[in-house]
Design a protein around this ligand. Sequence first.
Ligand code: PTJ
Length: 250
Amino acid sequence: MRISRNHPRFRSLETRERLVRAFQAGVVAPQGLIAHGRGEAFDYLFGEITPKSSQAASRVAAALLLSARNPVISINGNTAALIARDIVRLAHSVPAGLEVNLFHKSVARERRIASLLKRNGASRVFGVNANFRSRVPGVASPRRIVDAEGIGDADVVLIPLEDGDRAEALRKAGKMVIAIDLNPMSRTSRAATITIVDNIIRAIPELVRVIMKMKPLSRTRLSAMVANFDNERNLRRVMKDMIRYMQGWA
Ligand code: PTJ
């Protein structure tokens, strides 16, 4: 369906259409449509804007990505469908690796997602070569299978729209985890080193912008930003931002 630009909810409706088309093209899992609905509900509770607390988390996430040895961005169906071009720009700006890693595993969908990323400018995509498989211990889903040269070797992993299980396991495996999740109470949000509570369609362009600005900063300065960040405290700030917005309605 074609959505009129004059519709007051154009952005939200257009995002839904993009997901439906990507589902029909075999990029998004059917469960991805449901997951998006949950995300939308949380976005409403912030007034569909990026709260200040999440902007702060973005700056620290940028510092962590810029100071990492081997940062890797994990890509699932929803992420590829919603923000492929900007996620490739993000990977180039750090630079970071891109790895396809699915909860509802399907080799055909992995290949479609990898070629979508390549059409949007990615030169190399991890996670689609069966020869380089390794395992993250303690993960019950197919997400435990990772690329030995990608997430397997990463010191920092960016996980947009993830399940809590793997976020916790990646931390246990000694990796620093950046989550992007609209639900500040999810296990993923709680388990991550840094959680950006924001819609991925706003969070990724914001991260690219902040990274370009912070690139000249020294390693010492970047490391200090990461060391001074307390994710639990920031999530409490996020909840307060949410409550403040809702009090405006009450
Ligand atoms: O493509 P696959 O097979 O890897 O599957 C992807 C989904 C998203 C279906 C899978 O990872 C999944 O089931 O995720 P969950 O456990 O439903 O968690 C998704 C989280 O992302 C939830 O906390 C949602 O609130 C959140 N979310 C949904 N849409 C967005 C979002 N967060 C940020 N931006 C969004 N647009």
